[in-house]
Design a protein around this ligand. Structure first.
Ligand SMILES: [Zn+2]
Length: 567
């Protein structure tokens, strides 16, 4: 029997639905328009009439008509279905509207924590001591988790949401038949997504020897630490207006800056900045500035991002606060004027690193200069933009007195590595196409005769999706798009599938055949090479102890594998 979502989807037309919000134009088999989810001048938002899906090549948003409405109007899954059903006059059963999903559970939990906070003297005092007053507590919906299991159980009972839904968020757990929550004894900060929906929480202990100091919600179907940003819901507008964003590391730093009028700030959840977070921010601005501790660890983690920034065309800068200050302590000690001046002194990460290394090594002796070059050179090499790369080389040459051409020569040696990365990159492009191809022609899955080769795919997401395709197809005998999409738990995976589907939309069946077969051959080769490498390792071990029997066996195996690779 069809479920209600499928039924609604089968009776509507996505082009019609989207057209109410976005002006669409037909090109080839698809419709395109300006994406409503990110700023753009040339359309990368694509709708397929045939497949009844949309996808934006600019910001990777995508899905079916239900997903579109959820995103556009900030509706829940149920609300979006109801809205579509109303428009198209489709009758849906009442009991379907049982509010029973993770988002509901999380928002009820937030209310519960918030209520706890308002009646907890110690928690309120703690916030007061940090300069956080009632208006901010309300605006951020800050909460507190008290230790009582009974009160938590009562609360859950009252919500009419099944306990399992709470347990699936990873926040509520059971132990010896009793339930408890992971945040007990902590101030709890709801983490909102851009649509102001709560996806998780961060918690800071206020108990003297509470350990660890900070914890976050565990990863779940709605929460991913690596792509969530605390404060994005409130900062989004200001980021777009000022065309710049600052990233800090903790939510108290964020709140402190926010209270002082710095609104274009987001914070990671106490972790270092990830590519997922950057690509989210990249939808609003290309000017991204990190505000980090000036210690070695802070700089190291910023350096790691030079290549990423360059790859994503981000104008990446950093601001370093002096003397072990974090933004919160700095603001409290120096005030917002000084903070404002400091933020304006931002520098590119590499400029900062140049200064840092010059201070560290000095430039007096030849050895110093060598050490300096060795430290900065790898970070210059990863810059994609030729002009800025040349400028840094020029500066390096001026500082050290070594001629520029020497650096260019050593860089071209490095390009072997670049080629390898490029190659891998293009295989990822093909992998994506293969996913799209298999969605339309799932019978081609049989091309991968040895399923094990899939484990050798370097890109985790592609690997994940292909593995899931196999099990889905084996289990259900088909690969129906909506059905399969629903089985995927991460947004990245969903985008990947949609991206792939559109990528091959204009391909003929012959072309699709070639794409899939080439990819499968590439994987088999990688697989065999890896096997051969392992055998070589075992061979040298066997040779060391003179185990002739094993040596012969391994040699034979290697011969077989290599002859296969040649074919
Ligand atoms: Zn977009």
């Amino acid at each position: 029997m069809m479920n209600i979502a499928d039924e609604v989807l089968s009776r509507i037309n996505i082009v019609e639905v989207v057209s109410q919000y976005v002006q669409l134009r037909k090109t080839g088999r698809n419709f395109v328009g300006l994406c409503p989810f990110h700023k753009e001048k040339t359309p990368s938002f694509t709708v397929s009439l045939e497949k009844q899906i949309f996808y934006c090549f600019g910001c990777n948003e995508g899905g079916n008509a239900i997903n579109f409405l959820m995103k556009y109007d900030g509706l829940t899954f149920q609300e979006a279905i109801e809205s579509l059903a109303r428009q198209y006059g489709i009758k849906i059963k009442k009991d379907f509207v049982k509010r029973n999903n993770a988002f509901d559970a999380l928002s009820r939990l937030a209310e519960y924590y918030h209520k706890n906070l308002m009646s907890s003297r110690i928690a309120l005092n703690y916030l007061k001591a940090r300069g956080i007053g009632n208006d901010i507590i309300e605006e951020f919906m800050i909460g507190y988790s008290e230790r009582s299991r009974e009160s938590l159980a009562n609360f859950i009972k009252k919500t009419n949401i099944q306990t399992d839904v709470f347990i699936n968020t990873g926040i509520v757990r059971t132990k010896e038949g009793e339930i408890y929550d992971i945040f007990r004894g902590r101030i709890v900060m709801p983490i909102f997504d851009v649509n102001k929906k709560i996806v998780g929480f961060g918690g800071r202990t206020i108990e003297k020897d509470g350990f660890p100091k900070y914890i976050n919600s565990p990863e779940s179907s709605v929460f991913s630490k690596g792509s969530s940003l605390f404060g994005i819901d409130k900062a989004r507008k200001s980021i777009a207006e000022k065309d710049e964003v600052f990233i800090v590391e903790g939510y108290f730093d964020h709140i402190s800056l926010y209270m002082n009028g710095f609104k274009n700030v987001v914070s990671t959840l106490g972790t270092s900045v990830t590519e997922g977070q950057l690509s989210k921010l990249r939808n609003y601005t290309e000017n991204i500035t990190l505000m980090l501790d000036g210690d070695e660890a802070g700089i190291k983690s910023a350096l790691r991002l030079i290549g990423v920034f360059s790859e994503m065309d981000i104008n990446g800068n950093m601001v370093v606060l002096p003397d072990g200050h974090d933004p919160d302590s700095f603001l409290r000690e120096k005030g917002k004027e000084v903070m404002n001046d400091t933020m304006r002194l931002k520098k590119s990460i590499l400029d900062y690193y140049f200064d840092y290394c010059m201070k560290k090594w000095g430039m007096k002796t030849l050895e110093n200069k060598k050490a300096f070059i060795k430290s900065v050179m790898p970070h210059i090499e990863v810059i994609k933009n030729t002009v800025s790369r040349r400028l840094y080389v020029k500066r390096l040459s001026e500082l050290t007195g070594v001629e520029e051409r020497y650096f260019f020569r050593s860089m071209s040696k490095g390009s072997v590595h670049e080629k390898k990365v490029l190659n891998q990159h293009s295989y990822n492009q093909i992998g994506k196409k293969v996913i799209g191809a298999l969605m339309s022609y799932p019978e081609l899955l049989s091309v991968f005769r040895d399923k094990e080769v899939i484990n050798y795919i370097k890109d985790v997401n592609i690997r994940d999706v292909l593995q899931k395709m196999f099990s889905h197809y084996t289990e259900k005998g088909n690969l129906e798009l909506n059905d399969f999409m629903q089985s995927l738990d991460k947004d990245e995976l969903k985008s990947l599938v949609l991206n792939g589907v559109f990528d091959v939309a204009e391909c003929t069946e012959d072309e699709i055949n070639i794409i899939v077969k080439d990819y499968s051959r590439h994987l088999s080769k990688t697989f065999k090479k890896e096997e051969a490498r392992k055998i070589t390792e075992r061979l040298s071990a066997a040779e060391k102890i003179g185990d002739v029997n094993t040596i012969n066996k391994l040699l034979e195996k290697k011969r077989q594998i290599l002859s296969f690779t040649k074919n």
